[in-house]
Design a protein around this ligand. Structure first.
Ligand code: MSP
Length: 483
């Protein structure tokens, strides 16, 4: 019998997370992408399950070497830098209208407590031992690397030579969990999605095998001290992954409501940590695994990799100041299939905005409102309409792109119905039929607006205010056109 994980079916609650972000940089479009996707699901599930049954967590990953380096560069103390930068991130997510329930920072006290508690559990369980780590460390990845991973002596992603370090560290017995993990992934096809990433993880386990990894740093001052050796701090990934259990209320009554998480949304760059290290850590600590890890693809900017050194990061705030939050959400979720790589181009952004949001949706709303005001004294008949597309199946599978494609083709057909019926002519011969036609379209549009709420919250709200309880008010311009 085919086994599947019961994503979303457990306890009528939904707990979704984004990666927590390094604070050595300001948010760019890639960070906004993971967060907007999670926000869309959180909004969808709040409507479905009630707002008290959804937990959506995002935040910042602060206990890393990167933070120390960035603070030094900024001429600030690490703590001061951390405070200022975390606040910047939070403000940016607020401007993007991200409806997180908790913005977690790994420097917070409850998180320190979680990390120390779990480290102790894993240690008591015999999964932590002392050894010597000698090798390469890439600060960009905050990960240990091997010679064979380098290209011309450099980390291929960060184009920098990793540091050579030799330290006496504590190691986690990842190798012990190899077979269990492999079988778990095979038995639970939905645990890692999309399929291509699942295959990648399975092939990693089969070809490279799982090696124990160092979970502490001896020379780093900044970080969470190990409970069984306070001369060392926890390795940043061991610490960061645990944010998901801290935010679920680890150590409090709330934990059993939220844990295990339903979904971790991550970029494809960090699947090894989430699909290999994380399950083993949870097993060792006696905790259940999340239902699903979904890895999305990466954006390029006009075909080029987005990187700090190329200086081509796209600022989401500049975009929303001009086009609005809905426009950014629409482009990111409609233009790129979630799970695949995609490209960001300002020209394309503008084209999609004008054709889909300003023309297809915006014009429809204002034309329809104007006609109902003119031909029926700002009234419409509330009629029952049948959904032409049930988007539930797609949205729970994170097929955002299909949802928006279908809903916008439905909008197309409403625009088509106006063209076909020509209310401006029909009204001269059959006013009653004109009102019927326009009312039918208004009620379908309202249904679409409800379905669009998780994707385009602002526009959805405006449309529902224009057509409400049989009365129409002037729509104004929903999406002004830009050349
Ligand atoms: N701090 C770790 C995550 C710890 S989670 C327990 C980290 N942080 S990060 O700031 O470097 O990046 C986090 C995420 O940002 C990536 O996994 C990905 O989700 C997103 N993106 C960063 N650049 C991106 C693109 N160019 N395109 C799409 N998403 C990208 O890794």
């Amino acid at each position: 019998m085919k086994k599947t994980t019961k994503v979303n079916q457990r306890k009528n609650k939904f707990y979704v997370t984004t990666p927590i972000y390094y604070i050595n940089d300001v948010p760019h479009i890639g960070h906004a992408y993971s967060t907007i996707a999670a926000d869309t699901l959180a909004r969808y599930y709040r409507r479905k399950l009630g707002k008290d049954n959804v937990l959506f967590v995002t935040g910042t990953d602060e206990n890393s070497q990167k933070t120390i380096n960035a603070a030094e560069l900024a001429g600030q103390g690490t703590e001061e830098y951390t405070e200022l930068t975390a606040e910047k991130w939070q403000n940016i997510f607020n401007t993007l209208d991200i409806t997180y329930n908790r913005f977690i920072r790994t420097t917070e006290d409850d998180h320190k407590k979680t990390v120390q508690d779990i480290l102790q559990k894993v240690y008591d369980n015999g999964d932590i031992y002392k050894g010597v780590y000698e090798g390469l460390y890439c600060v960009g990845h905050e990960a240990f690397m091997k010679e064979e991973d380098l290209v011309d002596g450099l980390c291929p992603d960060h184009k920098k030579a990793p540091e050579h370090i030799k330290e006496e560290n504590w190691f986690f017995k990842l190798s012990k969990y190899q077979e269990r993990l492999k079988h778990y992934i095979l038995d639970n096809p939905d645990f890692i999605q999309p399929q291509s990433r699942r295959n990648e993880v399975l092939s990693f386990i089969e070809t490279k095998g799982l090696e124990d990894f160092s979970i502490s740093r001896e020379t780093q001052e900044w970080g969470i001290r190990l409970p069984f050796d306070d001369s060392q701090v926890a390795y940043v990934w061991f610490d960061a992954l645990l944010n998901y259990v801290t935010a679920a209320g680890y150590g409090t009554d709330k934990f059993s409501k939220w844990w295990p998480a339903d979904l971790h949304i991550v970029g494809k760059d960090i699947i090894k940590f989430h699909c290999i290290y994380w399950p083993a850590m949870l097993w060792s600590a006696g905790l259940e695994l999340p239902h699903q890890v979904f890895a999305h693809g990466f954006f390029t900017n006009n075909g080029e990799k987005i990187s700090k050194s190329l200086g081509n990061a796209i600022d989401p705030i500049a975009l929303v100041q001009k086009y609005g939050n809905d426009a950014l959400r629409y482009y990111l979720l409609r233009e790129i299939t979630f799970g695949s790589d995609g490209d960001f181009s300002l020209q394309r952004f503008n084209e999609v905005y004008n054709s889909d949001l300003a023309n297809n949706l915006g014009n429809l709303v204002s034309r329809l409102a104007t006609m109902l005001i003119k031909y029926n004294n700002a009234q419409y008949n509330e009629v029952k309409v049948k959904p032409r597309y049930s988007y539930e199946d797609d949205i729970v599978k994170l097929k955002f792109h299909s949802c928006l494609a279908e809903l916008f083709s439905w909008l197309d057909s409403l625009n088509g119905a106006i063209e076909e019926n020509k209310p401006w002519e029909l009204f001269k011969t059959d006013p009653q039929k004109t009102v019927e036609v326009l009312s039918g379209i208004a009620c379908e549009l309202l249904l679409i607006a409800q379905y669009l709420e998780p994707f385009l919250p602002e526009a959805s709200k405006k449309i529902q205010a224009v057509f409400s309880n049989g009365t129409v008010v002037n729509a104004g311009v929903l999406f002004p056109k830009f050349e």
